[in-house]
Design a protein around this ligand. Structure first.
Ligand SMILES: [Zn+2]
Ligand SMILES: [Zn+2]
Length: 387
């Protein structure tokens, strides 16, 4: 069973929605225009219930099937927010907003789920209930968590959740997925090293915070190489080093390090946080300085449930012929919070040979729309078959 014919018919319309969203990107929770468009379209499709303002600017639509013998409720989730990037695609529908751009394809995700909602509202060829979820602030704001914190799962009785992301470098319209840990926990840290500043020609009268920082950066790499089990993944990157002096002849009093830690299971995450603090404080103490470590936990590990992943892969294969095994991704994904609350699965749909996500020349590939929409619709029709 290839893509659904209805989505080939709807392609020009869905593409027009997508390009309008692309032209008008909105950041984090400020998805006011996008959320209004989503709510208005769900209304025009004849959704049974529409709720706005969940997770601040999130929108939820409820679509009931022809029957509800199964009592099943499935959540389908798309993200709506853009990135603070200056677009350099040269497209005629490029961003009209300076410093904001749909560089992760959330314009495409929103348009595809709207397309599926339109089809599902028209056909209702399933036994149960679908909840379409449009979340703000995937790119660092935790909009998915806020929707969960607002009681979304309980309020709509959602039993399973599914999500999708486009993937550059994967053949357009093809699918890839993996069970278990899929996207990494994405944490951040700050380390304030305090030494004793002074004249650069009299180091013996100072505690040189830059030398402490240099030792510390090297020592922190032993968390991955010496503390974590070698078969586990942990990435620790120091991404910024700022000293309190800009002079050639001053040993700075302070150095501020920043960075990120990516892990794929909670034990390794705990270990990385513990060792990061111990190593930073220990190296500083050894050299007569102090280190104040602040560890900020970001999105948790995103874990696909086994049964739902197998089902999602079968559905993808029914749409595209096959479904590949996806690689582990050390990036973070806010859908992790929804998967912590309910079993479900997250899949990648190929965006073809395009610039990578978060690149100023990236663009969502509209050719992926029929496959993406078909996967959504088939998830519903195959999980809750009409009697
Ligand atoms: Zn992104
Ligand atoms: Zn994204």
């Amino acid at each position: 069973m290839p893509v659904k014919n209805r989505f080939s018919d709807l392609l020009p319309e869905i593409t027009a929605w997508r390009r309008d969203l692309h032209e008008n990107p909105e950041l984090l929770f400020d998805t006011h225009r996008t959320s209004a468009i989503v709510a208005e379209k769900l209304e025009s499709f004849g959704c049974d219930e529409i709720v706005t303002g969940l997770g601040r600017t999130g929108v939820v639509g409820v679509i009931k099937g022809k029957s509800d013998e199964s009592g099943k409720v499935i959540g389908l989730r798309a993200d709506m927010d853009a990135l603070p990037i200056h677009e350099q695609t040269g497209l005629d529908y490029a961003s009209k907003t300076e410093g904001a751009m749909h560089a992760c394809g959330h314009d495409g995700h929103t348009a595809m789920l709207l397309g599926a909602a339109k089809y599902l509202s028209e056909t209702r060829n399933f036994d149960g209930t679908v909840v379409v979820i449009f979340q703000p602030a995937e790119e660092g704001g935790g909009g998915g968590k806020e929707m969960c914190d607002d009681g979304m799962m309980e309020r709509f009785g959602i039993q399973e959740v599914y999500g999708m992301h486009n993937w550059p470098g994967q053949p357009v319209g093809s699918f890839a997925i993996r069970p278990g840990a899929f996207f990494a926990a994405a944490d951040q840290f700050d380390i304030e090293i305090e030494g004793k500043g002074g004249h650069a020609a009299k180091p013996h009268e100072t505690v040189d915070s830059t030398v402490v920082a240099a030792q510390m950066i090297t020592a922190l790499q032993t968390i991955a190489s010496r503390n974590a089990d070698p078969v586990e993944q942990v990435v620790l990157s120091v991404t910024s080093m700022e000293s309190s002096s800009k002079a050639y002849n001053v040993i700075p009093q302070r150095v501020h390090l920043k960075g990120t830690v990516r892990t794929l299971n909670e034990d390794i995450r705990d270990l990385a946080e513990k060792r990061l603090t111990e190593v930073a404080e220990g190296v500083a103490a050894t050299m007569g300085a102090t280190a104040k470590v602040t560890y900020h936990r970001g999105y948790p590990v995103m874990v696909n449930s086994d049964a739902q992943t197998e089902f999602a892969a079968d559905v993808a294969a029914s749409v595209a012929g096959t479904c590949a095994e996806a690689p582990l991704v050390m990036g973070g994904e806010d859908f992790a919070y929804m998967l912590e609350e309910r079993p479900g699965a997250y899949i990648l749909v190929g965006n073809g040979d395009t610039a990578a996500v978060h690149h100023p020349e990236y663009n969502f590939n509209d050719d992926a729309i029929p496959a993406g929409c078909s996967w959504w619709a088939e998830i519903v029709e195959q999980r809750m078959p009409a009697g």
